[in-house]
Ligand binder design. Structure first.
Ligand SMILES: [Zn+2]
Length: 602
């Protein structure tokens, strides 16, 4: 445990470096519609993402994953108005904050809470094709859709963009109200992708085309992704101008360096050279820069966020698959915590970066987070949750996490104050499910994240296909995919081979095929598929030992955290305690009093 102390102390060496903005070419948006894939957007910038997310609902969960979705529906996601009155205020017609009350702690918080919740609600409703969930989110969106207008500020319809008072008020707390707008925009974009409801797209277009001052505020970062999506559906020139400004050299001086502008450049990879950041701000501010690569073709926009995420992978990754974030990221520590907002945010980040880059290692990270940290956020019935999770949590209210609700944040409760995590946890399950399969630009499908599911999509020459994945992965190693095209069709199926798997096996209709992955980590199966074809994938798991910055050791078997450096739970058998993948991992410290001697610092 002394070693743990030394590594925590090493954090104090963190230092800042000057901002260096990379060169960004102006966008060269195509004026004419582009239709290559069935899932290509009508308007796309010069670079296309490696993998195209399918609309929510194209992937249906099965088995344990469906059970989990239903629990979310019957627990938090379908009933947030009953969880706390703040959710009834979220984007409600009579909850219109002005002036100082646009600070999150003076009445504006429901804009954030609603954005997080609606994001999960819209996606889960579409995934489950649940009329009740869909009606609920439509009702909430309609309040905004019926009021948003070009004179407002993004989705804050009651504000006047020409009012100096309103323009000043939205800069509070680093542009927090603008950041909260991006969460609503993200939810609406997901819902439009699933529903095609014109009214929702018009709402997005009005919000993002009426005024582009939002891009100059630190809080503007969360709006980049939904504004980008809105452009690809509409080709709106004013939105294009705003995005070009975000991704232009000239804008670097106008965008606040922290927390947004900082991440458009490569990090200093030397240990301790970069200052840390609030976890949510880090995830929200790094990820959108990857869209700059699509917009301009400049690879630096993609390399930078990938490098930042590689940095926290080395420095701050916890054994349960998410970065230390209690609430700032920092070196891995046996008693460091991770805020639930960061579980949702980390998963979203890896999926966006996976889509843009096509790098399977990002899907490895997404799976690791989803299978370990994801279940630990919430009880099995989705009625209680933690604010912080920590791998070596040994008792209720332990460890004494800083920030947020403090030590009580480690306990399972119906709500925690602030309510951010109660809202954000709704995003985790549907975001994973809808991205298990993605489309390719050559009209194929890529298996990106594994688990029991069925994908229904168009392939080849717009041939409908179902692929049913029968598996209990990650509890087992075998995945059987039954391919059912409506008629014989030639199209590629890409299978992700996890980077941790040394000896994968792939068979098609019983015959072995090469399981050698390409440089991005995918095996490509090109053939004329017919109904009844079966792909069998086996991903043998092995135990490896990984070291953390605190020199604690953890044994990781595939995606499930198994044990730590510490004393076996069962002294009779000497076997380490097995993971509880649907609950908080609770590992016993190997030395008496170790917990009390640890240091917790950012
Ligand atoms: Zn939170």
């Amino acid at each position: 445990m002394e070693l743990i102390e030394r590594f925590f102390l090493g954090l104090t060496a963190l230092a800042s470096v000057p901002l260096v903005a990379p060169v960004a070419a102006p966008a060269r948006c195509e004026e004419s519609p582009v239709r290559v894939s069935a899932y290509a957007r009508p308007f796309e910038p010069p670079r296309r993402p490696a993998l195209i997310p399918l609309p929510p609902g194209a992937v249906e969960p099965a088995g344990w994953l469906r059970d989990w979705c239903l629990a979310a529906r019957d627990g938090y996601t379908g009933h947030m108005d009953a969880v706390h009155e703040e959710f009834r205020r979220a984007w409600a017609a009579d909850h219109t904050m002005r002036g100082e009350r646009l600070n999150w702690f003076r009445g504006a918080w429901p804009y954030e809470g609603g954005g997080y919740w609606f994001d999960g609600l819209a996606r889960l409703g579409s995934i489950l094709r649940d009329d009740g969930l869909i009606a609920q989110v439509r009702r909430r969106f309609e309040v905004v859709a019926s009021r948003v207008h070009p004179g407002g500020i993004l989705f804050l319809w009651w504000l006047d963009k020409d009012s100096p008072e309103d323009s000043q008020a939205i800069t509070c707390d680093g542009g927090w109200p603008i950041w909260a707008c991006g969460l609503l925009g993200r939810a609406m974009a997901a819902y439009y992708a699933a529903s095609g409801e014109r009214r929702i797209l018009e709402t997005l277009e009005t919000a993002y085309s009426s005024d582009r001052n939002w891009i100059r505020l630190p809080g503007g970062m969360s709006n980049v992704w939904p504004a980008f999506q809105t452009y690809t559906w509409t080709g709106n020139k004013r939105i294009a101008e705003a995005l070009s400004e975000v991704f232009s050299k000239e804008a670097s001086a106008a965008i606040a360096p922290n927390p947004w502008g900082r991440y458009r450049r490569m990090p200093d990879a030397r240990p301790g050279a970069e200052t840390n950041e609030h976890g949510v701000a880090f995830l929200e501010a790094t990820t959108p820069w990857a869209l700059g690569y699509l917009w301009t073709g400049d690879e630096e926009f993609l390399k930078a966020p990938l490098a930042w995420h590689d940095l926290v992978e080395r420095e701050a990754m916890q054994p349960h698959g998410v970065i230390v974030a209690d609430e700032f990221w920092g070196p891995t520590g046996a008693f460091r915590g991770t805020e639930t907002c960061d579980v949702a945010g980390y998963l979203w980040s890896q999926i966006v970066l996976l889509s843009v880059s096509g790098q399977g290692r990002l899907a490895d990270r997404a799976e690791r987070a989803f299978f370990n940290a994801g279940p630990a956020t919430v009880s099995r019935d989705f009625q209680t949750h933690v604010y912080f999770q920590s791998p070596n949590r040994v008792a209720d209210n332990s460890p004494p996490c800083p920030h947020g609700p403090g030590a009580s944040g480690c306990s399972y409760k119906p709500t925690h104050m602030p309510l951010c995590c109660t809202a954000a946890l709704n995003r985790i399950v549907p975001n994973y499910v809808m991205h298990m399969w993605m489309a390719t630009y050559d009209n194929g499908l890529a298996a990106a994240l594994y688990g029991p599911c069925k994908v229904s999509a168009l392939v080849g020459d717009r041939v409908p296909v179902d692929i049913v994945c029968a598996t209990d992965y990650p509890f087992g190693e075998a995945i059987e995919m039954n391919v059912r095209p409506a008629r014989k069709a030639a199209f590629p199926v890409l299978l992700r081979i996890p980077g941790w798997c040394a000896h994968p096996e792939v068979r098609v209709n019983g015959a072995p095929v090469s399981a050698g992955a390409d440089e991005r980590g995918f095996v490509r199966l090109d053939r004329l598929w017919k109904s009844g074809d079966v792909i069998r994938l086996r991903l043998p798991m092995s135990v490896r030992v990984a070291g953390g910055r605190d020199r604690g050791w953890r044994a990781v078997r595939l995606r499930l955290l198994r044990s730590s450096s510490l004393r076996p739970a069962d002294p009779r058998s000497g076997r380490p305690e097995h993971a509880r993948p649907l609950g908080q991992v609770d590992i016993r410290p190997g030395c008496a009093g170790g917990e009390a001697r640890c240091r917790h610092r950012c």
